[in-house]
Design a protein around this ligand. Structure first.
Ligand code: SF4
Ligand code: SF4
Length: 497
């Protein structure tokens, strides 16, 4: 067993109001400069919808992530090293600017300085920030939000669903899906990089791009199934979400978390066994990937695991932070957070509590009482919308896994309602989901009323480590040209195995 620490995030989708504050503050912090006008390290999509860039979830089209070859071995969808080398100068699997959107701006002076007394509102034609020419705005990073999800019928997640479900879905539900880089345990971007520029930080698992090493070959863009690596068109180099590592090293949450209006983001450490990653990513059946990924995580309250962490040189405050991690609780203790598209086999580390609100909407649309636990349970069991859709997003199509999580959330809602309004303990609800009253109440506190310090449990980097982390990118000298996970060997920090 090789114990590793991973900084990870969970988002509770029921609380996202789609305000895009996270996207704006991220952009102001990281991509508010020439070359990154079209880049959103954090974006918020309307689901169902085709997302940003368009249809990024269609891996038949973009060849992102991993698949099993005929002999059951994990292999990049974008091809082996030879294929990638042959495509250095003509890569057909790259999104174009039209797949993202052409960024535009306005000459705001004409609006700000318009004389008073005009009978018509002054207007000005937008112009492209890429070409400087006038343009018509026909798409944007959150276009579907403006359209209320009306391009959702082209959503790749609907491809495997029945005609009835597809026909009905638009009338039934929508929700928001905020996305950042997943800082995967088995990152396809790192393995696809031919120059050794992309690497997974040994200290906390954050995936970064060494700007000095990047040659602009863009294999990472094709290989990332979440399309969360971008090319800066001014420098020609790859850039991506940094998980705000300078803030994390100071013990502060990422800027998207800090400013999230819905307070739906949770940050914390997870421990995992690096030796178990390859086997977990290689299980045969897509539907087994959720349990396989959960199985690589190590219990931070287990004395043997804590001792292993100490033996590996983990500082004491990191050991305590792992034990208090809200991410560990939501993913492994309560088992209500799920990974986005586990079938891409990158073992993503930004997980989601799926939204119950589409189920409540569906219950209402079916004439059921959305405050009655039985009615909600029946809706989850009977109505294929939206459970099938959520299963396409979070459990590789396994509806029973996503229904199990929704049942827990519905039970918590009804249990707390009865307890608060009537002062009764609905034991049958607890029995139905196999949780104790203490667990449900702790889960409620974490999801509904958790304070800042409970949502973000972030140990600061130690001074010595911070300096070493900075030097880490310069230290690694192994080119990750093989296709296997963790092809890039990063020099361990002193005192680490
Ligand atoms: S989502 Fe995963 S594969 Fe994509 S850039 Fe992030 S770490 Fe790499
Ligand atoms: S700031 Fe929070 S609530 Fe607003 S869109 Fe982003 S994730 Fe959703």
């Amino acid at each position: 067993m090789r114990i590793r620490a991973q900084m990870a995030m969970v988002m509770n989708l029921d609380k996202c109001i789609g305000c895009h504050t996270c996207s704006v503050t991220c952009k102001q912090t990281w991509t508010n400069r020439e070359g990154t006008e079209y880049v959103w390290f954090n974006n918020v999509e309307t689901k169902p919808g085709i997302g940003y860039p368009k249809h990024y979830e269609d891996q038949e089209r973009w060849k992102g992530g991993w698949k099993l070859d005929a002999r059951g071995r994990l292999t990049l969808r974008s091809g082996g090293r030879g294929k990638r080398l042959s495509r250095l100068f003509a890569n057909p699997d790259l999104p174009s600017i039209d797949d993202y959107y052409e960024p535009a701006t306005f000459d705001k002076d004409i609006l700000v300085n318009a004389p008073g007394g005009l009978t018509d509102t002054p207007v000005k034609q937008p112009y492209s920030t890429l070409t400087g020419k006038p343009m018509a705005i026909t798409w944007g990073a959150n276009w579907e939000d403006s359209l209320g999800g009306s391009s959702g019928q082209d959503d790749p997640n609907l491809a495997r669903m029945t005609a009835k479900v597809k026909f009905e879905f638009e009338k039934t539900f929508m929700f928001h899906l905020p996305r950042i880089c997943e800082h995967c345990l088995n990152p396809a971007c790192v393995s696809a990089c031919l120059s050794g520029a992309m690497y997974k930080r040994e200290e906390d698992g954050i995936v970064l791009v060494d700007q000095d090493r990047c040659r602009g070959w863009r294999m990472c863009v094709s290989a990332c199934p979440y399309k969360k690596v971008y090319v800066n068109h001014a420098t020609g180099k790859a850039e991506k979400c940094t998980f705000c590592f300078p803030r994390l090293e100071a013990g502060l949450p990422t800027i998207c978390s800090e400013t999230c209006v819905g307070r739906l983001r949770y940050l914390g450490l997870l421990w995992y066994d690096e030796d178990a990653v390859l086997a977990a990513a290689s299980v045969e059946d897509d539907a087994d990937l959720l349990d396989a990924q959960r199985s690589v995580f190590l219990d931070p309250n287990d004395p043997a695991v804590r001792q292993a962490a100490r033996d590996a040189g983990m500082p004491e405050d990191w050991i305590e932070a792992a034990a208090a991690s809200p991410v560990w609780k939501l993913i492994a203790e309560y088992k209500i957070a799920l990974p986005l598209h586990p079938e891409y086999r990158t073992l993503p580390m930004v997980w989601y509590v799926p939204p119950l609100s589409p189920v409540l909407d569906a219950a209402g649309a079916a004439g059921r009482d959305d405050s009655d636990a039985d009615d909600i349970f029946h809706t989850i069991r009977d109505l294929r919308i939206p459970v099938e859709y959520l299963a396409e997003l979070f459990t590789a199509g396994d509806t029973s896994a996503v229904a199990g999580v929704l049942m827990k959330l519905a039970a918590m809602r009804s249990y707390m309602r009865a307890r608060t309004l009537d002062g009764t303990v609905a034991q049958e609800l607890l029995d139905g989901v196999g949780m104790s009253a203490g667990q449900v109440e702790a889960m409620y506190r974490l999801l509904a009323v958790a304070k800042y310090a409970d949502r973000y449990v972030i140990p600061a980097a130690h001074k010595r480590q911070a300096a070493e982390l900075e030097a880490l990118g310069a230290e690694h000298d192994t080119c990750p040209v093989s296709d296997g996970p963790h092809a890039l060997e990063i020099t361990p920090l002193p005192g680490r195995s």
